[in-house]
Write a protein that binds this ligand. Structure first.
Ligand code: ASP
Ligand code: MG
Length: 409
């Protein structure tokens, strides 16, 4: 019988200095006494940004293929450093770059998707008693070019390796203690969740709770890889992200998230006829701009208004496209507004508890916060509000659904 297999992923702050890398080596060594260990590392904190800046200092829009070669080097360094640190402790270890394992991806540089993974070389290392230290975030495409998986992509490397090797667990070590009911900087009595379902985590992650790359959660869900998100700075148990369990619906709300990186575009007097929404949103999608909420009013006099949100960084591009379409189809005026925030309440229990939306609206109304847009899914209610009320909205919603905490009682 071989030892249980665990994939451990260490984020940028966890490997951010020589001392931190030594601490990670200590943890890996401890785990390796009773497990086969695959350790996936990020670049040292700040390194990816620094490398991107170097490339951009030479060209505003660096060649994607070469830019990936540059940024992937951050993880090359940490994978070898951790391996060296393990050797220094007398632990057998071997570093692997994406192309050495062979993590095959498509060719979408800077946001490549994993297509398949050969795990043979990993198993050769593991079976001969070595720790496999893998450079996260990177892969190789069919042209033998290095690719990267998008910011935060080491999470996805770890989950994909856990799926490919059928690991017994996937631990994501980071600089926070786990997934919280909301941002503790806004609500000091926010508490750590013990368990959360993939779907709740996906909603929270896409809403700006940036603990895990969204793709890694999608991957984990698809292959039922249980994730344990925990701190590398202490030994506390973190948050398990797991398949839905039968009692999870008992908790109405798992968390309150916010996102201040969106902007709103409103287009007035759109002719109310078939094909118009497609005309507006197809060219936006073609630019790779992700549209989040969309609201279209009931038409009056053959015209309707349309409002939607896009990432704030893309708002000028989106607005330009919308104005062009508006001219073409004889719609009215298009304008954008950046000072907005999306605040969302997420929980599996919403499926079976009535009145959550009403309670959200009442809670905001009591504070005089105006709701500009609303969208709902089975397990989420999101509202767009004036950005200046973000903290207040998060606080009152958290208190309404997740308790006021001892200090506030
Ligand atoms: N180093 C990459 C980034 O900063 C990937 C990762 O850390 O997961 O986005
Ligand atoms: Mg990260």
């Amino acid at each position: 019988m071989s030892l249980p297999l665990v994939v451990q992923k260490y984020g940028g702050t966890s490997v951010g200095s020589v001392e931190r890398i030594q601490e990670v080596a200590r943890r890996v060594e401890e785990c390796a006494r009773t497990h086969r260990v695959v350790a996936v590392v990020s670049a040292m904190a700040g390194e990816t940004d620094r490398l991107l800046k170097l490339a951009r200092a030479l060209a505003p829009d660096p060649t994607p293929r070469e830019s990936d070669v540059v940024v992937a080097s951050g993880e090359q360094v940490t994978s070898a450093l951790l391996s060296i640190a393990l050797h220094a402790r007398g632990v057998a270890a071997q570093s692997f770059l994406g192309h050495q394992i062979r993590i095959h991806t498509d060719s979408a540089h800077s946001r490549a998707r994993i297509r398949s993974i050969d795990s043979e070389r990993l198993f050769t290392a593991l079976d001969s008693g070595r720790v496999a230290v893998v450079a996260g975030f990177q892969g190789v495409d069919e042209h033998e070019s290095i690719t990267t998986l998008g910011r935060g992509g080491s999470d996805t490397t770890a989950v994909a390796l856990a799926a490919a090797t059928k690991a017994d667990a996937c631990e994501i070590y980071t600089d926070v203690d786990g997934v919280y009911t909301t941002d503790p900087r806004i609500v000091p009595h926010a508490h750590k969740l013990e368990r959360i379902s993939y779907d709740e985590m996906l909603e929270l992650a896409s809403l700006g709770a940036k603990v895990l790359q969204i793709r890694s959660v999608e991957f984990a869900k698809r292959y039922s890889v249980p994730l344990h998100v925990r701190s590398s700075f202490n030994g506390h148990p973190g948050t398990w992200v797991v398949p839905e369990e039968s009692n999870m619906e008992e908790v109405t709300v798992a968390g309150v998230a916010y996102d201040r990186d969106q902007a709103k575009i409103t287009l007035t007097a759109v002719p109310d006829r078939p094909g118009l929404a497609a005309k507006i949103f197809s060219p936006i999608a073609a630019r790779g701009i992700v549209v989040d909420m969309i609201i279209q009013n009931v038409g009056a006099d053959g015209k309707t208004d349309m409002t939607f949100t896009v990432p704030r960084l893309e708002v000028d591009n989106a607005l330009r496209i919308v104005r062009e379409v508006a001219r073409e189809v004889g719609a009215g005026d298009a304008r954008s507004e950046g000072d907005i925030a999306k605040v969302s309440v997420v929980g599996l229990g919403m499926r079976s508890h009535a009145g959550v939306a009403a309670q959200i609206f009442e809670t905001l109304a009591r504070e005089g916060i105006n709701i500009q847009m609303i969208s709902t899914s089975e397990i989420k209610v999101s509202v767009v509000i004036d950005a200046k009320y973000t903290e207040l909205a998060v606080r009152v919603l958290h208190d309404a659904f997740l308790g006021k905490g001892e200090e506030a009682v």
